[in-house]
Design a protein around this ligand. Structure first.
Ligand SMILES: [Zn+2]
Length: 186
Protein backbone atom coordinates (compact mmCIF):
# COMPACT_ATOMS: atom_id res chain seq x y z
CA UNK A 1 0.00 0.00 0.00
CA UNK A 2 0.93 3.66 -0.43
CA UNK A 3 1.35 5.75 2.72
CA UNK A 4 1.60 9.55 2.37
CA UNK A 5 4.07 11.32 4.68
CA UNK A 6 1.68 14.20 5.16
CA UNK A 7 -0.96 11.75 6.42
CA UNK A 8 0.89 11.39 9.71
CA UNK A 9 -2.13 12.42 11.84
CA UNK A 10 -4.02 9.23 10.96
CA UNK A 11 -0.95 7.02 11.54
CA UNK A 12 -0.01 8.66 14.86
CA UNK A 13 -3.66 8.51 15.95
CA UNK A 14 -3.86 4.81 15.13
CA UNK A 15 -0.57 4.25 17.04
CA UNK A 16 -2.13 5.92 20.10
CA UNK A 17 -5.32 3.87 19.73
CA UNK A 18 -3.37 0.62 19.40
CA UNK A 19 -1.21 1.23 22.48
CA UNK A 20 -4.28 1.99 24.53
CA UNK A 21 -6.05 -1.28 23.68
CA UNK A 22 -3.53 -2.96 26.02
CA UNK A 23 -4.74 -4.58 29.27
CA UNK A 24 -2.08 -2.43 30.95
CA UNK A 25 -4.25 0.61 30.10
CA UNK A 26 -7.76 -0.91 29.97
CA UNK A 27 -9.22 -1.81 33.33
CA UNK A 28 -11.69 -4.13 31.57
CA UNK A 29 -8.91 -6.25 29.99
CA UNK A 30 -7.37 -6.42 26.52
CA UNK A 31 -9.47 -4.50 23.98
CA UNK A 32 -7.94 -6.66 21.21
CA UNK A 33 -8.60 -10.13 22.65
CA UNK A 34 -9.23 -11.94 19.35
CA UNK A 35 -9.03 -11.69 15.56
CA UNK A 36 -12.57 -10.32 15.29
CA UNK A 37 -11.66 -7.41 17.59
CA UNK A 38 -8.51 -6.77 15.55
CA UNK A 39 -10.54 -6.76 12.34
CA UNK A 40 -12.99 -4.25 13.87
CA UNK A 41 -10.09 -2.07 15.06
CA UNK A 42 -8.63 -1.95 11.53
CA UNK A 43 -11.97 -1.45 9.78
CA UNK A 44 -13.08 1.39 12.05
CA UNK A 45 -9.89 3.28 11.16
CA UNK A 46 -9.91 2.39 7.46
CA UNK A 47 -6.55 0.62 7.94
CA UNK A 48 -5.15 -1.94 5.51
CA UNK A 49 -8.36 -2.92 3.71
CA UNK A 50 -6.36 -4.77 1.02
CA UNK A 51 -3.90 -6.57 3.29
CA UNK A 52 -4.10 -10.35 3.55
CA UNK A 53 -4.88 -11.67 7.04
CA UNK A 54 -3.29 -14.71 8.67
CA UNK A 55 -3.63 -16.76 11.84
CA UNK A 56 -0.50 -15.18 13.34
CA UNK A 57 -1.71 -11.61 13.00
CA UNK A 58 -3.06 -11.13 16.50
CA UNK A 59 0.11 -12.17 18.35
CA UNK A 60 2.25 -10.08 15.99
CA UNK A 61 0.02 -7.03 16.43
CA UNK A 62 0.20 -7.44 20.22
CA UNK A 63 4.01 -7.46 19.92
CA UNK A 64 3.86 -4.35 17.72
CA UNK A 65 1.65 -2.69 20.33
CA UNK A 66 4.39 -3.18 22.94
CA UNK A 67 6.97 -1.73 20.55
CA UNK A 68 4.84 1.35 19.90
CA UNK A 69 4.55 1.89 23.63
CA UNK A 70 8.34 1.77 24.01
CA UNK A 71 8.64 4.40 21.26
CA UNK A 72 6.14 6.71 22.97
CA UNK A 73 8.13 6.41 26.21
CA UNK A 74 11.57 6.82 24.61
CA UNK A 75 13.66 9.97 24.40
CA UNK A 76 13.69 11.86 21.13
CA UNK A 77 16.62 10.17 19.38
CA UNK A 78 15.58 6.71 20.46
CA UNK A 79 11.99 7.35 19.32
CA UNK A 80 13.19 8.45 15.87
CA UNK A 81 15.46 5.41 15.57
CA UNK A 82 12.83 2.90 16.66
CA UNK A 83 10.03 4.38 14.54
CA UNK A 84 12.43 4.30 11.58
CA UNK A 85 12.98 0.59 12.23
CA UNK A 86 9.22 -0.03 12.06
CA UNK A 87 9.07 1.70 8.68
CA UNK A 88 12.06 -0.31 7.43
CA UNK A 89 10.34 -3.60 8.28
CA UNK A 90 8.28 -3.66 5.07
CA UNK A 91 8.61 -0.14 3.76
CA UNK A 92 10.12 0.75 0.38
CA UNK A 93 10.80 4.21 -0.94
CA UNK A 94 10.37 7.08 -0.28
CA UNK A 95 8.70 7.84 -3.59
CA UNK A 96 6.88 10.75 -5.13
CA UNK A 97 3.29 10.33 -6.24
CA UNK A 98 0.76 12.92 -7.31
CA UNK A 99 -2.18 13.12 -4.91
CA UNK A 100 -5.68 14.36 -5.75
CA UNK A 101 -4.43 17.95 -5.82
CA UNK A 102 -2.08 17.10 -8.72
CA UNK A 103 1.03 18.02 -6.70
CA UNK A 104 3.91 15.71 -5.79
CA UNK A 105 3.93 14.21 -2.30
CA UNK A 106 6.34 11.91 -0.48
CA UNK A 107 5.09 8.38 0.10
CA UNK A 108 6.31 5.16 1.64
CA UNK A 109 5.14 1.94 0.01
CA UNK A 110 5.07 -1.54 1.45
CA UNK A 111 6.72 -4.57 -0.10
CA UNK A 112 4.49 -7.17 -1.77
CA UNK A 113 3.60 -10.07 0.51
CA UNK A 114 4.33 -8.20 3.78
CA UNK A 115 2.46 -9.50 6.82
CA UNK A 116 -0.40 -7.51 8.29
CA UNK A 117 1.69 -6.58 11.36
CA UNK A 118 4.57 -5.39 9.17
CA UNK A 119 2.22 -3.33 6.99
CA UNK A 120 0.74 -1.85 10.14
CA UNK A 121 4.26 -1.16 11.47
CA UNK A 122 4.96 0.92 8.36
CA UNK A 123 1.71 2.90 8.69
CA UNK A 124 2.20 3.61 12.40
CA UNK A 125 5.96 4.17 12.13
CA UNK A 126 5.47 6.69 9.32
CA UNK A 127 2.80 8.43 11.41
CA UNK A 128 5.12 8.65 14.42
CA UNK A 129 8.04 9.97 12.35
CA UNK A 130 5.77 12.55 10.71
CA UNK A 131 4.41 13.71 14.08
CA UNK A 132 7.92 13.86 15.55
CA UNK A 133 9.27 15.89 12.65
CA UNK A 134 6.26 18.20 12.23
CA UNK A 135 5.05 18.71 15.80
CA UNK A 136 8.02 17.81 17.99
CA UNK A 137 8.82 15.16 20.59
CA UNK A 138 6.95 16.91 23.42
CA UNK A 139 3.75 15.72 21.69
CA UNK A 140 4.58 12.14 22.82
CA UNK A 141 3.06 12.10 26.31
CA UNK A 142 1.80 10.01 29.22
CA UNK A 143 -1.88 10.35 30.11
CA UNK A 144 -2.52 13.00 32.78
CA UNK A 145 -5.21 10.95 34.56
CA UNK A 146 -3.60 9.79 37.83
CA UNK A 147 -4.98 6.24 37.65
CA UNK A 148 -4.22 5.72 33.94
CA UNK A 149 -1.14 4.10 32.41
CA UNK A 150 -1.93 5.25 28.86
CA UNK A 151 0.33 7.17 26.48
CA UNK A 152 -0.54 9.15 23.36
CA UNK A 153 0.61 11.42 20.55
CA UNK A 154 -1.06 14.82 20.60
CA UNK A 155 -1.69 15.76 16.95
CA UNK A 156 -4.14 18.54 17.79
CA UNK A 157 -3.40 22.01 16.42
CA UNK A 158 -3.22 23.63 19.85
CA UNK A 159 -1.22 20.78 21.39
CA UNK A 160 -3.03 20.87 24.73
CA UNK A 161 -4.36 17.32 24.83
CA UNK A 162 -3.88 15.71 28.26
CA UNK A 163 -5.52 12.29 28.15
CA UNK A 164 -4.88 9.10 26.19
CA UNK A 165 -8.63 8.54 25.74
CA UNK A 166 -10.20 11.96 26.34
CA UNK A 167 -13.75 10.61 26.44
CA UNK A 168 -12.79 8.07 29.15
CA UNK A 169 -9.85 9.48 31.14
CA UNK A 170 -10.92 13.13 30.86
CA UNK A 171 -14.40 12.26 32.13
CA UNK A 172 -13.04 10.14 34.96
CA UNK A 173 -10.90 13.04 36.14
CA UNK A 174 -13.78 15.55 36.01
CA UNK A 175 -16.04 13.18 37.94
CA UNK A 176 -13.32 12.68 40.58
CA UNK A 177 -12.74 16.45 40.86
CA UNK A 178 -16.45 17.05 41.14
CA UNK A 179 -16.75 14.50 43.96
CA UNK A 180 -13.75 16.00 45.77
CA UNK A 181 -15.31 19.48 45.59
CA UNK A 182 -18.59 18.13 46.96
CA UNK A 183 -16.75 16.43 49.83
CA UNK A 184 -14.98 19.67 50.72
CA UNK A 185 -18.32 21.47 50.91
CA UNK A 186 -19.91 18.96 53.28
ZN1 LIG B 1 -5.65 7.74 30.02
Amino acid sequence: MKIPFKGYVAGAGAATDLVNTSPRVRSGGDALPDSAALERFLTERGLLPEAARSAHDLAQVHALRDEIRVILESDEDEAARRAGELVARAGTGPRLHRDGDGRWHWHVETAAGASLADELAVVLGTGLLGALQTLGHDRFRPCAAPDCDGVFVDTSRAGRRRYCMPELCGNRVSVANHRARNRERT
